[in-house]
Design a protein. Structure first.
Lengths: 150, 142
């Protein structure tokens, strides 16, 4: 039986995942015009990968219900990786640029600012939703504690 | 372990608080996974489990039959109350409507979160009243 704090921990896992997503997006935007990286070539847009966290202790009796699958246990969300977007580079013809290739094209990162902005709004709204869930858990805890005053 | 019970109402309210807390955890998990691709939202129907733990009285409009042998036909029996157990968590396989194949609707989750919090606070308030009445009872019967 998960307690009151596990609910806040679950929301906290959402908060840190969304915050990391914001970091990745900010890094993409900051490097939108970076043509040099330590690995060589232009910066690659990075993607963050979320997965449901599995609770190993969550073998609950009667989990497999008709019409529903198995619950993975209530453990929140985790970031399983940050990947490079394999999409093609943005090519800009600028023969005078020091990083231009033999044909005069500069390979710019495959970052689209508009896409990053949309992702940023989504991450920030999801962050707010998790904050609201924590606030409600706190209110519920206070209501339960007020029973002591009865 | 025999638990000290102050009657059906307090027991029911205690189970309601337990259920609301579990429901809160489930909703928080759905919200935490709002951006997880292929996630399936989960629900817990603790109110149905609570209702079953109350049972149902026999229908007063039905004429009952005397039953003094287990092989007699029973008519208009009520539903026997069943002990309350922590209800199982369902995985909701409802149709997904998002490009990332998740079926979480954050508006729905927020609405359920607000509803659950209000419900829990109401139940806690009722339980508080129950306990203060009990306290009154103990004081007035020295």
């Amino acid at each position: 039986m998960p307690g009151f704090y596990s609910s806040i921990e679950i929301s906290a896992s959402g908060l840190s995942a969304e915050r990391l997503a914001m970091d990745v997006i900010a890094n993409n935007i900051a490097n939108a015009n970076t043509t040099r990286t330590p690995e060589g070539g232009p910066f690659k847009r990075q993607l963050i990968l979320f997965a449901q966290k599995q609770d190993p202790t969550a073998a609950q009796p009667g989990d497999d219900m008709p019409g529903g699958g198995q619950s993975a246990g209530l453990a929140g969300v985790q970031v399983v990786g940050i990947l490079n977007d394999p999409g093609p580079d943005r090519l800009v013809y600028d023969p005078t640029h020091p990083d231009a290739d033999a044909n005069g094209y500069v390979h710019y990162p495959n970052v689209e600012i508009i896409k990053e902005m949309v992702d940023m709004i989504a991450a920030s709204r999801a962050y707010e939703a998790n904050v609201a869930a924590i606030q409600d858990a706190r209110q519920m805890g206070q209501a339960a504690l007020s029973l002591l005053q009865a | 372990m025999a638990e000290l019970s102050f009657g059906t109402t307090t027991d029911l309210l205690k189970n309601a608080l337990d259920g609301a807390s579990l429901n809160q955890t489930v909703i928080a998990n759905n919200i935490a996974n709002v951006n997880t691709p292929n996630y399936r939202r989960e629900t817990v129907s603790f109110k149905e489990a609570l209702a079953a733990s109350l049972g149902a009285p026999p229908d007063p409009d039905e004429l009952g039959l005397a039953v003094d042998n287990p092989r007699h036909i029973r008519v208009a029996d009520g539903v026997e109350p069943t002990p309350y157990h922590t209800p199982p968590i369902h995985v909701d396989e409802a149709i997904e409507m998002r490009a990332d194949h998740s079926n979480v609707d954050v508006d729905q989750e927020m609405a359920e979160l607000a509803q659950n919090t209000g419900y829990q606070q109401a139940m806690a308030q009722l339980l508080k009243v129950q306990y203060s009445q009990l306290g009154q009872l103990f004081r007035e019967n020295p």
